[in-house]
Design a protein around this ligand. Structure first.
Ligand SMILES: Nc1ncnc2c1ncn2[C@@H]1O[C@H](COP(=O)(O)OP(=O)(O)OP(=O)(O)O)[C@@H](O)[C@H]1O
Ligand SMILES: [Mg+2]
Length: 147
């Protein structure tokens, strides 16, 4: 079973608030896939997740570091960006699998670059453009659950 929630965001702040709202339902070990075009709002959404979890630190794109860790909140948040990761083997050699199957919540941008990982994400958030400041945000959650 899968539940689908659709939102329309009209500003980066609104996208952050949608992320903040989702964070309340996240549990230890959850994987959240963030997929969709460049500039769709994936990183802004993660900023909302971090805020909602009460994590410290300002979320910015982890593109050059692969993973940023935000601690100090209800759960640690691992913000991962697979944009520059080509193959699953690179993912493993970066030690990411140990991290994501640990005690925190993982938010994985471009998770669709690793289909086997995407399949393990309980929550998938898809972003698409609907105008310069408009974004369609679709949240799919496997199993029952309230967002
Ligand atoms: N409604 C909106 N929601 C989110 N971002 C918006 C919105 N309207 C405009 N923007 C702008 O779009 C950009 C979104 O950038 P962000 O880094 O979050 O995208 P991304 O999906 O992470 O991109 P990338 O694939 O490059 O990592 C920002 O510059 C932001 O100001
Ligand atoms: Mg990003």
């Amino acid at each position: 079973m899968e539940e689908v929630f659709r939102y329309r965001s009209s500003s980066p702040e609104e996208t952050e608030r949608i992320g903040e709202r989702l964070s309340a339902s996240l549990k230890e070990g959850d994987l959240v896939a963030l997929i969709g075009e460049l500039g769709g709002g994936k990183t802004r959404f993660v900023r909302g997740l971090a805020k909602g979890l009460g994590s410290k630190g300002f979320v910015k794109s982890p593109s050059f570091t692969i993973v940023n860790v935000y601690e100090g909140g209800r759960l640690p948040l691992y913000h991962i960006d697979l944009y520059r990761i080509g193959r699953a083997s690179e993912f493993e050699s970066a030690g990411l699998d140990e991290l994501i199957y640990g005690h925190g919540v993982s938010a994985i941008e471009w998770a669709d670059k690793a289909p086997e990982l995407l399949g393990e994400c309980r929550t998938t958030v898809s972003f698409s453009y609907a105008g310069e400041f408009e974004r369609e945000i679709e949240i799919r959650v496997k199993g029952a659950g309230k967002v």
